[in-house]
Every structure is written in structure tokens, then in C-alpha cells.
Design a protein around this ligand. Structure first.
Ligand SMILES: [Zn+2]
Length: 270
């Protein structure tokens, strides 16, 4: 607790005092551009991993980054989604799962949770589709591999759950909303994004439309360019690793250059 109190003091004396303009602006109201839905896990911090500024992300966090389907419960998730879309005008949603997720481990042994953690057991009902799909389709995987598959499928299940909300359905119908599936890797700090075209998790940079004079780079720890994404001629093209493929499953596969070239156009720039 002492550490947190010290942190509060430092925040005020260093951060707040050096961002006066931002705080002045935020006191007038918020205009976040993204609804970020992720797990409560202490190792995942939406603002830190995206390096977003205060006021940029509207966040929902709970065990397992789960969104109960519309009408299934009167929880805070639905109200927060409605507010994000209708009151704040947010047009981009990220559902972000993560590696080593305790909630997803719970889903793997759901039958033992009933007595031990009845509330968690009940909460995981909202991702029953994940459990059944994985059981019937990926039954031959075990341990860490199975956990990765469950985590990846859960994010997609939650996007399906999101689509049951009238406000989401309506905005999607009008092409006024984009939803992204991300997985955060705790061990590397990297994010993988689901690409609906290739049905696999790829670098999120490949999902951002890039202008002709712009190039985005992936760097290794020594600062060398390992991947480059560009609409120009000089793009460095290297195969990109795919951790999880919905159709092929594990083991790890690699995308072709043609697939890397294909930039996902379903998003708007910002
Ligand atoms: Zn988690």
C-alpha cells in the first residue's frame, strides 16, 4: 500500500504537472476512440501495451474478457458497451485476450470449479460456446497448446456475443463500427490480431491501412528491421509467423508473401 501512496504523489508531481494542457482538455470531457475489452489480469495493461494517453481508451475489464450475450444478464458490461457506442460515439472495439489466462485455464477444468469458485463457474457460462467448440474440434490438443487455442477461440466467441447487442448490430450494419480480436503475449509483450481473411492471428500492423508514403516497421531487440509494411515498392517481405490457424490448427504455420501483402481493409484509419 505504501508503494501505491508514493505512486500517487509521484503521479501528481511528475505526470500531472508536465501534462497540464491534457488535463485541462480532459476536464472538459472525454473523447476516447476505442473501446478496449480485456482481462482483469494484472499482467495486462491496455494503456501501457498500446502506449495510449489518458482519455484515449474506454476500458472494460473482467475475468476472461467476457461479454455476456445481450439479455443474458443485467451486468455492467452491456451498459458500458451501450454508453461507449451511443454516448461516446466510439466506432472501434478491441477484444483482447492474453496468454496464461487464469479464466481460460478455469474453462479447461470447468467441472472442478462448481464448488471451489461458483461465481467464476457461472461467469464462464458466457463462453460455453468456446468450451464446446474446442472440445469437439481441438480435442486432441493438450496443456499449453490447448490453452492457446481456447484463449484464441474465446476472443472470437466474445465478438459473437458483442454482435448480439442491438447497438452493435445496428452500427455494424451501417459500416460504422470495426471490431478487432487481439491476443497479448505476456512473455514477449507482443500482440497478435485475428485476420478474418486468412482466419489466423497475425501482426496487428497488417490490419492498418497505410498511406503510400508511410511504412510501418517491426524491429528485433537490436533495432534491426524484421518486417516492413508499406504500400510502396520497397517493402521488405519476410514470412510472418502465425501462432494459431482456425482451419489448420497447430503446429505453427507461416503466411505466404501474398498473404502478408494483403492488408486487411475492414478498418478505418485512426
Ligand atoms: Zn486472463
Amino acid at each position: 500500500m505504501k508503494k501505491l501512496i508514493k505512486g500517487l504523489r509521484e503521479y501528481k508531481s511528475k505526470y500531472v504537472s508536465s501534462h497540464q494542457q491534457l488535463f485541462e482538455q480532459l476536464s472538459q470531457g472525454q473523447k476516447p476512440r476505442v473501446l478496449f475489452i480485456t482481462c482483469s489480469d494484472s499482467r495486462v495493461d491496455p494503456n501501457l501495451i498500446t502506449q495510449a494517453e489518458l482519455g484515449e481508451l474506454f476500458v472494460i475489464r473482467n475475468a476472461g474478457n467476457i461479454i455476456p450475450p445481450y439479455g443474458a444478464t443485467n451486468g455492467g458490461e452491456g451498459a458500458t458497451i451501450e454508453y461507449a457506442i451511443q454516448a461516446l460515439g466510439i466506432r472501434q472495439i478491441i477484444v483482447c485476450g492474453h496468454s496464461h489466462c487464469g479464466a481460460m485455464k478455469g474453462l479447461m477444468k470447468l467441472h472442478t470449479l462448481d464448488e471451489e469458485m461458483p461465481l467464476v463457474h457461472d461467469w464462464l457460462r458466457y463462453t460455453e460456446a468456446t468450451r464446446l467448440l474446442v472440445k469437439e474440434h481441438y480435442g486432441h490438443y493438450k496443456g499449453e497448446e490447448l490453452l492457446e487455442i481456447i484463449t484464441a477461440e474465446n476472443v472470437l466467441t466474445q465478438i459473437e456475443n458483442l454482435r448480439t447487442y442491438p447497438v452493435i448490430r445496428s452500427k455494424l450494419y451501417q459500416n460504422q463500427l470495426n471490431i478487432y480480436a487481439w491476443i497479448y503475449q505476456i512473455e514477449t509483450g507482443e500482440v497478435l490480431a485475428f485476420d478474418p481473411e486468412t482466419h489466423s492471428y497475425v501482426s496487428p500492423q497488417s490490419q492498418v491501412p497505410i498511406s503510400d508514403d508511410e511504412t510501418l516497421f517491426d524491429l528485433d531487440p537490436d533495432g534491426n528491421v524484421t518486417k516492413a509494411f508499406s504500400n510502396g515498392q520497397n517493402t521488405i517481405e519476410q514470412p510472418q509467423e502465425v501462432v494459431f490457424d482456425r482451419h489448420q490448427g497447430f503446429p505453427m504455420t507461416r503466411l505466404s508473401n501474398a498473404q502478408i501483402d494483403r492488408i486487411y481493409r475492414g478498418s478505418t484509419k485512426n
